[in-house]
Design a protein around this ligand. Structure first.
Ligand code: FES
Length: 281
């Protein structure tokens, strides 16, 4: 194999934050990640604390059934909402603490993103500057020890977080199916497709692409086997998750933006700012 030596001049002060011989715009990617993730976290926190306008059940020609993914599954909620338990909040919730159904939900998907291999690489660079980019000096100098001790070693729970995250995807798929059935005045359900149905279905598909393209999913679906040639079904699943995994970063960002947009869409409908267009009815 032909070998090419690429000279990479090294600085001797790489322990100094930002020291590098790179001439490209290495700071652009961490900056965009910083802005994107900050915007998402601020919006998600705001939406979670609202505790209302997360469900839309109106519209002309049959009532819609649109539930924000930030609140799904809706374990506790108001009467008339698709809540799992018949109460607005759990009895064990401290009376002095504000409650929102989203508080019980967001931890699952949040942990999936927080411990995701891609996001870890991205936010270590942009939020912690550890280091800010390849071949750029970080604030920790040569003392950075990676994830081999507490608390960062806890990031290894990612392989277990995948399972509840996969359950969330299935629930969101059900939600999108439910969003295609509109309730008529006589109580019957009528199949149809509104813009909200498409928004919620797209959200479930994008989150599925992100979740099932996870590096851990790839390992657990078949990556741990020495030989897959005698297991054709397993091999097919492995190939599918590998195909998703190749674009994991894109799935991560598109699904992140879309899940926030899905919440915004339901919220705007609930507030009466926009109305839902029915495409098939
Ligand atoms: S590596 Fe990104 S979700 Fe698992």
């Amino acid at each position: 194999m032909t070998q090419v030596d690429v000279p990479l001049p090294q600085r001797h002060d790489v322990a100094r934050f930002g020291a590098t011989t790179r001439k490209d715009r290495w700071w652009l990617s961490p900056l965009l990640v910083l802005l994107g993730l900050s915007a998402f976290m601020i919006y998600t926190t705001w939406a979670a604390f609202q505790g209302e306008h997360y469900f839309f059940s109106g519209g002309g020609g049959g009532d819609a059934h649109y539930l924000s993914p930030f609140y799904s599954p809706l374990l506790f909620g108001q009467e008339g909402e698709p809540r799992w338990f018949g109460a607005p909040q759990p009895s064990w919730w401290p009376g002095w603490a504000p409650f929102s159904p989203a508080f019980l939900i967001l931890m699952g998907p949040g942990m999936m993103r927080f411990t995701c291999y891609y996001y870890r690489g991205a936010y270590y660079k942009s939020f912690w500057g550890a280091p800010p980019a390849c071949a750029v000096g970080g604030p920790h100098g040569g003392r950075y020890m990676g994830e081999n001790r507490f608390p960062m070693i806890m990031q290894n729970i990612h392989r277990y977080v995948f399972y509840p995250a996969a359950m969330f995807v299935l629930i969101l798929l059900y939600d999108s199916w439910r969003a295609m059935w509109f309730t008529m005045d006589d109580g019957s359900h009528h199949f149809g497709v509104g813009i909200g149905s498409i928004v919620l279905l797209t959200n479930a598909v994008l989150l599925g692409g992100y979740t099932f393209g996870c590096h851990c999913a790839r390992h657990q679906i078949g990556g741990y086997l020495d030989c897959m040639s005698k297991r054709p079904v397993r091999k097919k699943c492995y190939d599918c998750t590998s195909a998703l995994n190749r674009h994991h970063m894109k799935w991560a960002w598109v699904s992140l933006v879309w899940v926030a947009w899905s919440d915004i869409y339901v919220r705007l409908l609930s507030h009466g700012v926009i109305s839902d267009l029915r495409i098939i009815f």
